[in-house]
Design a protein around this ligand. Structure first.
Ligand code: GAF
Length: 385
């Protein structure tokens, strides 16, 4: 297969100025806590979006999605959300960068650029292919035009782009992880202060295995935005009674019990429990107690499925099917939910057998093929030599 460098050259008749790779992510624990000022524990993985970029002079953006065989051309000024979603991930961050430059009378970006994109992050599998694309594009623009953006600034801009152009009111976890990943380390991110700490992941006899339901999370963006609203509603109700409460970090389970009811109660109970669970889980990690860590992953799944209600029958099936297997330390649905992957910590010697048995069971019960990915933890967004 031709390199992205050669494909860009073939397409545009000149060599790209640079090539950038940005990874997808896993999240070990801390789900739906990022937009609730909690903690998350993600890591970048060995699946990537790659972009090759070069300057233009006519104020246009030429975008080529190599895997889809599609090309879209737009003027760089006055960008608005596009009917084709992959385009939004690109122009969303371009818009962020463009407006930021305009605010300082900087016109660097106005000349436009050519970009080719390809990747091997399965789409809609909850591995953040969209965040990886946003981060790859922004990182490439930052290098190409010396925009002097820090990785955290880029993460925040990519998050804003997802809100304004893709219409998902996501938290910062996915972009943060793609940009800040380090090999064999998970990152504890405090989503209130944005302080972060790297934790070495030494799984020794165990592997991180993702089982892909093959359900593309269609409900994900609308229900995701609803969950966010329900949490905001719950927080507001508690704040009316307890004025000192600023964010979910200040809320106790007792206050949730006292002030809330029905669905809002369920959502907020889960969030408060999950924020506490992540803090305990990193202690397990620091002690090397992966049994205790794995148990918390199962608890997270239970909360996401029963209280937060972002799971689906296929995800529940995959978690339940491995729950009593002594070679599985932990399993849970991962990411936004309503499809995508489960994340599992499985004894290396048992991976093949478990995968084979689970594929057969899944196929029989759900009439779908099960895909699986044995992942390694890798560095974040970087230039390709
Ligand atoms: C999606 C979002 F993009 C993240 O910000 C996060 O909220 C996650 O769902 C759930 O933890 O990946």
């Amino acid at each position: 297969m031709l390199s992205i460098h050669s494909q860009f050259s073939n397409h545009f008749n000149y060599s790209p100025a640079l090539v950038v790779k940005s990874p997808g992510r896993i999240n070990l624990i801390g789900e739906h806590t990022d937009y609730n000022h909690g903690f998350v524990l993600p890591a970048a993985i060995d699946k990537y979006i790659e972009v090759a970029i070069g300057k233009r002079t006519d104020g246009a953006i030429h975008m080529v999605a190599l895997d889809l065989g599609e090309t879209i051309i737009l003027p760089i000024d006055n960008l608005t959300p596009h009917a084709t979603q992959w385009v939004n991930y690109i122009i969303g961050v371009v818009d962020q960068a463009f407006n930021r430059m305009k605010a300082t009378n900087e016109t660097k970006l106005a000349a436009g650029f050519n970009i080719c994109i390809q990747g091997n992050i399965p789409l809609g599998a909850g591995l953040s292919s969209s965040a990886a694309l946003e981060c790859a594009v922004l990182f490439a623009l930052n290098e190409l035009y010396n925009l002097s953006l820090s990785r955290m600034q880029m993460a925040l801009m990519a998050q804003a782009a997802e809100h304004t152009f893709a219409g998902v009111k996501c938290g910062i976890m996915d972009m943060f992880a793609s940009l800040h990943g380090q090999k064999n380390k998970a990152i504890l991110l405090d989503c209130e202060s944005l302080a972060f700490t790297y934790y070495p992941i030494e799984l020794k006899d165990y592997s991180i295995v993702l089982f892909d339901t093959q359900i593309k999370h269609a409900l994900a963006s609308s229900e995701y935005n609803n969950r966010r609203l329900e949490c905001e509603q719950g927080l507001k109700i508690i704040q009316e009674k307890y004025a000192f409460v600023k964010t979910f970090r200040d809320i106790s389970l007792e206050q949730v019990e006292e002030c809330l009811a029905s669905k809002v109660y369920q959502r907020c109970k889960y969030v408060v429990e999950e924020i506490a669970r992540v803090q305990l889980a990193v202690k397990d990690l620091a002690k090397g107690d992966m049994q205790a860590f794995g148990k918390k992953m199962f608890e997270t799944h239970e909360g996401l499925s029963k209280l937060y209600e972002v799971s689906c029958p296929e995800l529940d099936f995959l978690v339940e099917a491995v729950a009593s297997n002594e070679n599985v330390l932990g399993a849970r649905m991962m990411g936004g939910g309503f499809g995508g992957c489960t994340i599992n910590i499985i004894k290396k010697t048992a991976v093949e057998e478990i995968t084979k048995a689970l594929s057969a069971k899944y196929n029989q019960a759900m009439h779908k093929e099960l895909s699986y990915y044995i992942t390694s933890i890798e560095d974040g967004t970087h230039l390709v030599a």
